[in-house]
Design a protein around this ligand. Structure first.
Ligand code: NAD
Length: 517
């Protein structure tokens, strides 16, 4: 297999210039389909991270003074550049993740969708808002949105372009600078996104990339940024959250999941099976919102399992920089080992493997077959732990109540799905599920792609939200700016305090009566 012609040494050299690194230390990444070296990139030290945050402060102050509407011109150009450069971005994403090209496309259009949404929404959300002053006419109050300062974005490898760049866009729009720490193996595609932002006219120094070991370089970023937007595992997220809390800075934590799907007895089974296969195996199952548990009503369970296995068998697994494959590689042999451990453990303890359950060295070093299990019990690793691979377990349930109880029997709460023809019933079941996003007659994409509403996790799936109003305003502090136009606090000159208290009490009573307060 040959590397796409768009990935040249000159491109890698250009992208490397966005990395803050003061030493000659380097790190290498691999082309996942083959295991060959893909790129050698500069490696940052802890001091480089602190220096990158300090260096961003000057450009950030100047950027914060630019009217939000004016800032948007950069992002309108960026939106066009992302779509114009989609082939190169997809090449980079595929080379460093090994995912099927259709998911590289999903990875790259997400920042375009997010940018388009906030291009319209951000100027409105960031506008100063008149609030009621304590005393009408006398006190005039405005709520301002002040940028946090320098935001640290820490992102994982599974959607490297989307999760590195999309979370940086609203932070920049809100007047912040960003220091971005991507996963090392998948640094090229977010670096390309940073390059596009500068080509779109983002002023120098507003976004910098740091690369290196997670606890060292990521830890240094949590130690110096003014706010942290973290996406990754629950284990690391808990560490990042504890550290951020210790510094009294805010953070959002987008973490793992063990996402359930409920198939009601009135569901259109063909539609449900198609949705479940897509959401179980999307991105080779390395998608935080993908489905790992399916609860099917017992009256449709047998037919559902049969159709699900049939459809899974038709998926085309393979390597290639084109749209021919449905499912690609896992990110690494390490990830494949973790996935195989879950399946082997389930098999050894008595689960049925209907299809899959094997590595595919003939296709590449980290391929693993889409796998369907039944008979999974609580003593098995894949029962409650996130597998983060192409593995799904299907369970029969007696009724809606049992489906809801089992779906909610998890420490996580990221995403959930319900399939059913009676929408009122499906929505009622969905509303009982403890998950930050719930999709009716879809597995994950309907809620994720609806950027006007927030997404994020309940329970061990995270803190805070991306998208929607929160996805922008979390990168700001609110500031209450109140002007006392007529002197009412403290008492105007010449009015003794005792008299002031009775005037004040009478005024408050009147305001309450008039419904003003
Ligand atoms: P991870 O937690 O190992 O790493 C995520 C990022 O954190 C990487 O850049 C890593 O280098 C960095 N890091 C590691 N240790 C750190 C530390 N101590 N301090 C600061 N930074 C540190 O996660 P991963 O394996 O890269 O990603 C997979 C996980 O991410 C899965 O659990 C998946 O569900 C989750 N995820 C969640 C979402 C979401 O939106 N909720 C999206 C994608 C992935």
């Amino acid at each position: 297999m040959t590397l796409p012609a768009s990935i040249t040494p000159e491109l890698i050299a250009r992208l490397s210039r966005h990395v803050a690194a003061s030493t000659d230390a380097t790190v290498s990444t691999v082309e996942v389909f083959t295991g060959a070296t893909l790129a050698t990139l500069p490696c940052s030290t802890e001091q480089d991270v602190a220096d990158a945050v300090a260096a961003a402060r000057g450009p950030q102050a100047a950027w914060a003074a630019v009217d939000p509407q004016e800032r948007m011109a950069v992002f309108a150009r960026f939106h066009k550049l992302v779509l114009d450069n989609r082939d190169t971005i997809a090449d980079l994403i595929q080379a460093e993740t090994g995912k099927a090209r259709r998911y590289a496309f999903e990875d790259l259009i997400e920042p375009a969708i997010t940018t388009a949404h906030y291009l319209k929404a951000a100027p409105r959300l960031l506008r100063p808002r008149k609030r009621k002053g304590m005393m009408p006419f006398a006190i005039q109050t405005t709520e301002l949105r002040v940028p946090k300062g320098v935001v640290g974005i820490i992102s994982p490898w599974n959607f490297p372009f989307a999760l590195g760049i999309s979370d940086s866009i609203p932070a920049l729009m809100a007047g912040n600078a960003v220091v971005l720490k991507p996963d090392t193996q998948t640094a090229l595609s977010p670096l390309f996104g940073v390059d596009l932002l500068y080509r779109a006219g983002l002023p120098d120094g507003l976004i910098t990339v740091v690369i290196g070991d997670g606890p060292t370089v990521g830890g240094a970023l949590v130690d110096s940024a003014d706010y942290v937007g973290f996406t990754g595992s629950t284990r690391t997220g808990a560490e990042v959250g504890a550290k951020a809390t210790g510094r009294l800075i805010g953070c959002s934590l987008e973490l793992g999941g063990k996402n359930p799907m409920v198939v009601l007895d009135d569901a259109d089974l063909d539609v449900a099976v198609a949705g479940a296969v897509t959401s179980a195996f999307a991105n080779t199952g390395q998608l935080c919102m993908h489905i790992e548990r399916v609860y099917a009503h017992e009256s449709v369970y047998d037919a559902f399992v049969r159709k699900f296995v049939e459809k899974t068998g038709k998926l085309k697994l393979g390597a290639g920089y084109d749209y021919k494959n449905d499912v690609g590689s896992l990110i690494s042999t390490r990830q494949r080992k973790a996935v195989a451990e879950h399946v082997d453990d389930a098999r050894a303890k008595g689960a049925t493997v209907h299809i899959g359950g094997a590595a595919r060295d003939d296709l590449g070093p980290a391929f693993y077959e889409p796998t369907v299990l039944t008979g999974v019990t609580p003593d098995m690793l894949c029962h409650a732990q996130e597998t983060f691979g192409p593995v799904v377990a299907i369970y029969p349930v007696r009724d809606d109540d049992e489906a809801v109880a089992l779906a909610n029997d998890t420490a996580y709460g990221l995403n959930a799905s319900v399939y059913g023809r009676d929408l009122a019933r499906a929505k009622a079941v969905g509303a009982r599920l403890r998950a930050g996003t719930v999709n009716i007659n879809d597995g994950h994409a309907a809620a994720y792609a609806s950027i006007d509403a927030p997404m994020g996790g309940m329970g061990r799936s995270g803190l805070g939200r991306r998208h929607g109003v929160e996805g922008l305003l979390k990168y700001t502090e609110s500031q209450n700016l109140s002007v006392q136009r007529i002197q009412v606090i403290p008492p105007p000159k010449g009015i003794p305090y005792g008299r002031y208290t009775s005037i004040m009490a009478r005024s408050l009573r009147l305001l309450r009566k008039l419904g003003v307060r």
